[in-house]
Design a protein around this ligand. Structure first.
Ligand code: FCB
Length: 436
C-alpha cells in the first residue's frame, strides 16, 4: 500500500467505521421481561445494584446519539431487545418496533450508520422457560424473530450481527455459572447450546439475505489472548491450549468449517449448513489472561485466571480480575481470524476504568495498532469503542465503568472523561467521513 504510516488520514479509508457499541439491556432501562431481570431479582448481581433506568435509552437514547455525533463518530452499534419485541410467544409489540424505528432514524439523521445486534445475551422469559438455546425449537423461534425485525427495520439498517459473543454466553452461562442460567461444568449442554446458536445464526443469516439485497451479516466473537501462568509447567501449557481452543474457536469454527462444537466435534459431527454463513467477522477484544491449573479450586473447575501484578490493568471485577490491558493483542485476534478471508470489524474494545487512568493509553495504542494492520493490508473496516456512557455491566452491575462519559445513574448526568476528547481527536486525524 502506498501510504505514509505517520499520516493517519492516509491510512484509514475515508469510509472507515468509527463508532461506539451498546446493548439493549445495558442501556435501555425498564427491561423486565428477560432472564437478566429475573437473575437480578434472585440477587445474583454481585454489586447488588439494579439496572433500573440504565442509561434511560427507552425514553431518551437521543441524548446519547447527540453525544456520539458531537465526538465525530460515523456509526453506533446497538441491540434490539427480543423481550420487548415479542413479549409473549408469537405476540409482537408494534410500539416497541416503532421505538426502534425512531432510534434508527435518529441515528441516520445524525450521520451515524447503525449496526444492529439481534441477540446480545438477553432472552425473553418465555423463551428461557422453554430451555432457551438448549432446546432445538430455539432455532426456528430465533429465525422468526429475525424475520420480524427485518420486516420492521430493514429499510433503516443493513449491518447486522446475529449473536453477541456466543462463546461468552455459553461459557459463563453453562460452564462457570456466572451468567444465567447459572449452570456449572455442563460440557455437553454447553456444546448443545453452541450447536443451536450456530444453527440459529445460519438460519438468521439466510433469512436476512432473503429479505435484504445489500445485507452485511456477521456476529461478534469475543477473543481473549491466553497465556500459561507458568510457561515451564506442561499442565498449565496444556490447559491454556485447551481453554484457548474451546473459548476462541467455540462457535467460530462452526462458521468457518461447518464443524460441530466440542465435544460433538470429537465424534465427527458436522454442521454443513452453517459453513460460510458470514459476510464479516466481528471481533470483541479486551484483554490478556494467564491460566493456570489450580488443584484446590474445584469451584472454578480446577483452573484459575490471573494477571501478573506489574501488568497494566483497568479496574478489577468484584470477584475476578478483568484482565490485563494488552492493546497489542488486537493483532493476535485479527491474525486468528485472517483465515476466514472476510472483512473484519472490531465490534467492541475498551477497558473498565472509572478514573480514566489507562483508557487513553488503551485507545491510542489500539488506534495505532489498527493503523499498522491496515498498512500491512488487513481488511479492517471499522472500530467500535465499548462504550459511550457507563452502562449496566451484567453481573458486575454499576461496578465496572467502561464509558467515554461517566454516568451518574441516579441523576442521569453525563460527564466526559478525558478519553472522550482523545477518541474524537483521533477520529478527526484519521479523516473519518461523516455521512449526512
Ligand atoms: C463484552 C459484552 C458487553 C460488555 C463488555 C464490557 O463482553 O459483549 O456487553 O459487557 O463486555
Amino acid at each position: 500500500m502506498d501510504t505514509d504510516p505517520r499520516d493517519p488520514s492516509s491510512v484509514f479509508p475515508a469510509d472507515f467505521v468509527w463508532g461506539v457499541a451498546t446493548s439493549s439491556h445495558q442501556v435501555e432501562g425498564g427491561n423486565t421481561g428477560n432472564q437478566w431481570a429475573e437473575w437480578e431479582k434472585r440477587g445474583k448481581i454481585k454489586s447488588k445494584d439494579s439496572c433500573g433506568l440504565a442509561c434511560d435509552w427507552w425514553q431518551n437514547a437521543e441524548q446519547d446519539f447527540d453525544l456520539a455525533q458531537s465526538l465525530g463518530l460515523n456509526a453506533l452499534r446497538l441491540s434490539v431487545e427480543w423481550s420487548r419485541i415479542e413479549p409473549e410467544e408469537g405476540k409482537w409489540d408494534g410500539a416497541a418496533l416503532a421505538r426502534y424505528r425512531q432510534m434508527l432514524l435518529g441515528l441516520r439523521e445524525r450521520g451515524l450508520r447503525s449496526f444492529v445486534t439481534l441477540h446480545h445475551f438477553t432472552n425473553p422469559q418465555w423463551f428461557e422457560a422453554k430451555g432457551a438455546f438448549a432446546a432445538a425449537e430455539s432455532v426456528v423461534l430465533f429465525e422468526r424473530f429475525t424475520r420480524r425485525v427485518l420486516e420492521a427495520l430493514g429499510d433503516l439498517c443493513c449491518d447486522w450481527a446475529t449473536f453477541n459473543e456466543p462463546n461468552v454466553y455459553t461459557s459463563l452461562g453453562y460452564f462457570l455459572g456466572e451468567f444465567p442460567p447459572g449452570k456449572k461444568g455442563r460440557f455437553i449442554q454447553a456444546g448443545r447450546v453452541t450447536c443451536n446458536l450456530c444453527l440459529a445464526h445460519a438460519a438468521a443469516y439466510r433469512a436476512i439475505h432473503s429479505l435484504q439485497k445489500n445485507a452485511n451479516v456477521g456476529w461478534a466473537q469475543h477473543f481473549v489472548v491466553f497465556k500459561p501462568r507458568r510457561p515451564q509447567s506442561a499442565l498449565d501449557r496444556w490447559l491454556c491450549g485447551f481453554i484457548q481452543r474451546r473459548f476462541n474457536d467455540n462457535f467460530a469454527e462452526g462458521i468457518r468449517r461447518g464443524r460441530a462444537p466440542f465435544p460433538f466435534s470429537k465424534f465427527g459431527q458436522e454442521l454443513p449448513e452453517v459453513k460460510g454463513s458470514c459476510d464479516f467477522v466481528g471481533i470483541n477484544y479486551y484483554s490478556r489472561l494467564r491460566v493456570g491449573f489450580a488443584a484446590r479450586s474445584p469451584k472454578t473447575l480446577f483452573f484459575q485466571i490471573s494477571v501478573p501484578p506489574h501488568k497494566p490493568q483497568g479496574d478489577s471485577g468484584i470477584e475476578i480480575p478483568y484482565g490485563e490491558a494488552y492493546p497489542e493483542g488486537l493483532r493476535n485476534a485479527v491474525e486468528h481470524f485472517a483465515e476466514y478471508n472476510k472483512p473484519i470489524y472490531i465490534l467492541e474494545n475498551g477497558v473498565p476504568d472509572r478514573d480514566d487512568r489507562i483508557r487513553p493509553w488503551v485507545i491510542e495504542s489500539t488506534v495505532s495498532q489498527m493503523r499498522t494492520l491496515l498498512t500491512e493490508g488487513v481488511d479492517l473496516r471499522g472500530y467500535f469503542h465499548w462504550t459511550l456512557a457507563d452502562n449496566f455491566e451484567w453481573n458486575e452491575g454499576w461496578h465496572l465503568r467502561f464509558g467515554l462519559f461517566e454516568l451518574d445513574p441516579a441523576t442521569q448526568k453525563r460527564t466526559p472523561r478525558a478519553s472522550a476528547q482523545l477518541y474524537a481527536r483521533l477520529i478527526k486525524e484519521a479523516g473519518a467521513l461523516v455521512r449526512t
